[in-house]
Design a protein around this ligand. Structure first.
Ligand SMILES: [Fe+2]
Length: 352
């Protein structure tokens, strides 16, 4: 049986400490470590519960190892740090590899050299020291109104700053990790000055202050509030499969920017083995599973994410969107610009 520390999205907004207290700490007794390891894995997840449940269930069925998970949108690394050696966490899951790099820097991870994992994951998507591993890729694309925008006019991120798009662009907060990732990548490839000028131009073309999530921007296009937005590809899959949102999805073209030059920005979700993982062996089995063809296919068909395992084809829907060129940047180089990107956003007041 799948066990959750936090069962509902509503509960997830409670302070994290309270949620663990709700569950009791029995499952995490340090007595479970050592020779007689429990057949379970404790996961701290920045990825939402509904996204991970199909994967947890498939793993439990295959291995007989139970997954206990704690979801929160923030604070999990800090929590693990505070728990120190007695932390129950075995595996961290994040929606962005930047947080995995933070986890390594904070000393919360351990190195893992595993031939099975490495066979399924190209070197560009993992830490050279084995402290973290990518799981899926998500492209950050442009959504353009079918009625009001000719896709030929918006072929690059840079095109979004054209004067003709004044008052036409919707976007979520500049400080959200997806946007910080995009801006940091641009700093890494184009330099800080060029990126700041671009961001200024983008701000000048906004239809409204940054707000909402990625899907809210597409809704705003459907409702005529704006004509262009930036968002992640898997939200297109989710909208197309949601009766209330399918009309939003159908009101836009999805454009993979910068195909003729550096490629589209891609963000990478991933995992890391916790430094003091009490169930290390089971955790490694779980990590191997997440990169297996079976799990990678679930990520693609259920979550609309691109597999990182090169042996796994994207799902039919993703394939129908066509192949695209992704930007080729070293993940650590990109991560190194995140602080500069955040500062830039704050300076330009691009947060909300
Ligand atoms: Fe997301």
């Amino acid at each position: 049986m799948l066990r959750s520390f936090i069962k509902s999205a509503r509960a997830a907004r409670r302070p994290v400490l309270a949620s663990l207290a709700l569950m009791g700490l029995g499952a995490f007794s340090p007595a479970l470590t050592g020779a007689a390891q429990a057949q379970e894995v404790n996961v701290y997840s920045y990825r939402q519960t509904f996204l991970m449940e199909p994967l947890f269930k498939a793993f439990e069925q295959e291995s007989g190892i139970k997954i206990n998970f704690l979801y929160a949108s923030k604070g999990l690394l800090e929590r693990a740090r505070a728990e120190g050696m007695l932390s129950p966490v075995d595996v961290f899951l994040t929606s962005d590899f930047g947080r995995l790099i933070d986890a390594k820097t904070m000393g919360l991870t351990q190195a893992l050299q595993d031939t099975q994992i490495e066979a399924n994951l190209p070197a560009q998507y993992r830490d050279p020291d084995g402290h973290w591993f990518g799981l899926t890729r998500r492209a950050r694309v442009i959504f353009a109104s079918k009625d009001r925008v000719d896709p030929a006019d918006v072929q690059t991120y840079e095109d979004l700053t054209k004067p003709e798009f004044k008052g036409q662009i919707c976007i979520r907060s500049g400080l959200h990790s997806y946007n910080i990732g995009l801006f940091a990548a641009m700093i890494a490839s184009q330099g800080a000055e060029t990126t700041e000028a671009w961001l200024q131009g983008l701000k000048g073309n906004l239809a409204r202050r940054p707000q909402g999530n990625d899907r809210a921007q597409v809704k705003a296009i459907k409702e005529g509030e704006c004509s262009l937005a930036i968002g992640n590809t898997y939200y297109m899959g989710k909208m197309l499969n949601n009766p209330e949102q399918v009309a939003w999805a159908e009101s836009v073209n999805m454009i993979f920017p910068n195909q003729d030059d550096r490629g589209t920005h891609v963000n990478v979700s991933g995992m890391a083995l916790a430094k003091h993982a009490p169930n290390r062996e089971q955790a490694i089995a779980f990590m191997r599973f997440l990169l297996s063809p079976k799990a990678q296919a679930i990520y693609s068909s259920e979550n609309y994410e691109y597999p990182v395992n090169p042996a796994v084809e994207p799902s039919e829907l993703l394939t129908s969107w066509g192949a695209f060129k992704a930007e080729k940047l070293d993940l650590a180089d990109m991560a190194a610009q995140r602080a500069a990107a955040s500062k830039m956003v704050e300076k330009l007041r691009f947060n909300n």
